[in-house]
Structure formats: C-alpha cells, structure tokens
Design a protein around this ligand. Structure first.
Ligand code: GDP
Length: 440
C-alpha cells in the first residue's frame, strides 16, 4: 500500500529554463489524470510520459507541461509517482504544488522521497546516504565516490562481510548447542582465527577508504597562521589564485577569518585566514584573534607560515589534533634550503603547499572507483564492528568458551545490519533524512 501523497519542488526556486515538481504516494496518478484531463493515466502499467496542458484544481490553465507518470512498484520510491516538468517560473511551480495540495497531497519533508525508497526496499541506508553525498559533493571526485556507493558496490561489500559473520555465528551457536563434540569447538576456534581476520581486513579497508572518501566529499578546512608580515595574506591569494585577502605592510590588519575555496587534485580545500596568534589590547583585534584560534582548532590542517630567512613561528593554541604543515615563505629571498615546505607567495610558487595538504590527509591514496563508506555514521558503525571482531579473534586465540566468543560476533553482526538499515530505528532515519533537501 502506498503511503499518503507528498509533493515538492525538486529544483531550486529560481527562474530557470525548466522546473520539476515531484509527487509520490497513494492516488497521485489520479490527481494527474484530473489536472491534465487524461483518465487513461489511471490504467498505465509502465512509466509513461504525457505532454499537454496542466490545469489547477479549479480548471484554470497552469502551464504546458511534460509529465512522467510511474505506476506503483515501477518508480524510484516504489509508490505511484508523478514528475511534472514545467516552464521554470517559481510561481508556476508554486501553483502546481498548490493544485496537488488541493487534491489531498501534503508538502514533503526533507529527504522524504528517498526515505520512502528506503522504507519500500528500493535502496538500503548506505545507498540512501550516497544520494545525499552525491548532491553535496563539492568536486567531481567526491561525486564519483558517492556514485559508486549509490550504485550499491559499498553495500555489496558490507553484505559479503555480513554473510561471513552470520555463517560464523551459526556455527558458533550449533557448537554451543552440542557441547559434547569437543572437536567441533576446536575446529571452530581455528576457523575463527583463520577467517575472521580476512573480514576484519575488508572492514578496515572500507573504513580507511571511507575516511578519505568522506573528506573528499565534504572538503577540508585549512587554517593559515604565522607571525605578522610573513606573507599569510599573500599566500592565501596565491593559493586561491585570485585577489581575496587584503595584503598590507602593516602588521595585524587581517582581522576577519577570510575563506576561499579551490579544488586541488579532486579535494575541495577551504582556507581560513586567521588573525594571527598573539594577544592584543585592542578589543576588535582581540575578537579577531579569538575567532582565529577557534578556526585553528576546527581546521583539518594547519599551515604554519614563517619567513624562510628566520623561520620564526608563533606559539599555537592548545588542543590542535590535525596535521601541521610548516610553510617557509619568501623562498625567493633565501639562498639555502631550510626544510619544511617552501613557497614564494609573491611569485605564485605554492603548488608544494597544496600537495602537502592533500598528502597530509592521505587523500592522494583515495581510489575513486573503489567502494567507500560515505558518511560518519557508516564509518563509526563499521569501525565498531571491526573492533568487535578483533575482540572475538582475541578470545578465540585464548580458547575462551564459545558462548563468550559469540558475544562480540553478535555485536558485529548487529552493527553491520544497522549500517545497511536492516535494523535502524525511526529516530536514526529521521536524523539521516532530515539532512536532505526538500524534494529529494
Ligand atoms: P601577513 O601579515 O602575514 O598577511 O603578510 P602579507 O601577505 O601582508 O605580506 C607582508 C609583506 O611580505 C608584503 O609586503 C608582501 O608583498 C611580502 N611578501 C609576501 N610573500 C612574499 C614572498 O613570497 N616573497 C617576497 N619577497 N615577499 C613576500
């Protein structure tokens, strides 16, 4: 049974060539049949396209449209679906939505179309999250990684691991049920020690590839710090390849956290210029410094810039856990190599800095065609599953009773099921799908 009908604009509410309104749920084909005066839509068996005049619920002409009609079971949500392609005036989009609302549909919540696809078994949670990652990716590479997950390769890897764990669990349970067969128990311990590390390796690969993938998808934040006049603003400009920050010869004038974004080797990189790390009595400057310190702590990478001639660096705020890259700027003025990454902002020689950022986060190793996990939720659950399996291997190595070994194996099984959404709660689903845009 289809759920209640929902409707939303699937394209941004801007003037454009075309817009798309999407509706899914019980009775939406009948709404379309009414609004277009085409009762034959009610009996379609396959996806069908219609071209013609769409009217509002009172019969007033709305627009000349193309409508795609999907019968229940033949659409992306699994329900009856209508997609209307109209001329791209937001007022038309609004009126089409109103016509559907007048016929009993309600506005869709963020991600609700994808949620329905998940609830109707059209995709698992890993694939659903990949939809969001694909839309949110800031680089082509991030989009390719999301697409691999969307097409189900990541899910397949997880399912293979899940099957291996399930079969192990079944053997353990059989053996617990027949304690009189001691050989069975011995064989099982060696099976666990032989096979489980392979599953752990697979899960760890998914996690390490996934960490890089999620970073490539969301991009990295890079803070730039250094004493006054070492060339931070110049470096930022050179990195961005355009005039963005204000360059001056007077120390301490860069007060705001300036951001700019570029894509280097497929990694979206956002730069946060900071006010410099030092104290000041000027309240305006002090505020800038606090903002800067916060940016430094939040950054994924910290660039500590110094003048190559003296290499002097500021004291950094406490609590930085991200990689730190020492950039020796003004290399054009130096006669010797001084270690670290050298740059000459004034001559635009900064490629080494960008490469260093990408390799500090091991993002040069990300394989674009390999299955990856694309959300923090997935990474957390899969890491926990692999830790549980390690615990099982440890216990098995000590020849612990199988009833004890079974516990972490059961845990790993439950965690992987949760990743795929086979045992998720509606709270988790709400949390995940509320991050989507409306109409998706
Ligand atoms: P900030 O205070 O650290 O942001 O430094 P600025 O970017 O404002 O630069 C301070 C001064 O150093 C300016 O006169 C820049 O032209 C100069 N400068 C910056 N980078 C370089 C460089 O790579 N080589 C040379 N020779 N001068 C530079």
């Amino acid at each position: 049974m289809d759920r209640e009908a929902i409707v939303a604009l699937a394209t941004p509410p801007l003037r454009s060539a075309l817009l798309v309104v999407r509706s899914s749920g019980a009775g939406v084909l009948s709404v379309l049949a009414d609004l277009m005066g085409r009762p034959s839509v009610l009996s379609i068996q396959e996806r069908t396209s219609l071209v013609g005049l769409l009217r509002d619920s009172e019969g007033r002409p709305l627009d000349q449209v193309v409508a795609l009609a999907y019968p229940s079971g033949k659409s992306s949500t699994g329900e009856e679906v209508v997609e209307i392609i109209a001329h791209g005036n937001p007022l038309i989009g609004e009126r089409i939505i109103k016509a559907f609302l007048a016929k009993g549909a309600r506005m869709a919540k963020p991600g609700e179309f994808t949620l329905r696809a998940f609830l109707n078994g059209k995709m698992d949670l890993v694939e659903a999250e990949a939809v969001n990652a694909l839309i949110g990716s800031a680089s082509e590479e991030g989009a390719s990684l999301s697409l691999v997950a969307l097409e189900g390769s990541s899910s397949k890897e997880l399912e293979t691991a899940l099957e291996a764990i399930a079969s192990l669990l079944a053997s353990i349970e059989t053996s617990i049920d027949f304690p009189e067969f001691e050989d069975l128990e011995k064989d099982l311990h060696s099976k666990i020690l032989r096979e489980t590390p392979l599953v752990i390796k697979k899960l760890e690969d998914l996690v390490s590839q996934g960490k890089a993938a999620t970073t490539v998808i969301k991009g990295v934040d890079v803070a730039i710090v250094g004493l006054p006049n070492v060339g931070k603003s110049s470096l930022l400009n050179a990195l961005l390849g355009e005039e963005r920050a204000i360059v001056t010869d007077i120390p301490g004038t860069t007060r705001d956290v300036v951001t700019g974004e570029i894509v280097h080797k497929g990694v979206p990189i956002r730069f946060l210029d900071t006010a410099g790390v030092r104290s000041s009595d000027d309240p305006v400057e002090q505020k800038g410094i606090e903002k800067g310190e916060e940016a430094i702590r939040k950054a994924d990478v910290v660039l500590v810039v110094s003048d190559i001639r003296d290499g002097e660096e500021p004291a950094l705020p406490e609590g930085i856990r991200s990689p730190i890259i020492h950039v020796r700027n003004k290399a054009d003025l130096a006669h010797k190599d001084s270690g670290g990454v050298s740059a000459s902002a004034i001559n635009g020689e900064v490629a080494g800095v960008l490469d260093a950022i990408v390799s500090a986060l091991s993002l040069d190793k990300v394989r674009l065609n390999s299955p990856a996990l694309v959300s923090e939720r997935q990474l957390d659950l899969v890491s926990r599953a692999s830790r549980s399996l390690k615990e099982a291997v440890r216990l098995s190595g000590e020849r612990a009773p199988l009833s004890l070994v079974a516990l972490p194996v059961q845990e790993a099984h439950a965690l992987l099921k949760e990743v795929l959404g086979a045992s998720s709660s509606s709270d988790i689903e709400d949390e995940i799908f509320s991050r989507f845009c409306v109409g998706k």
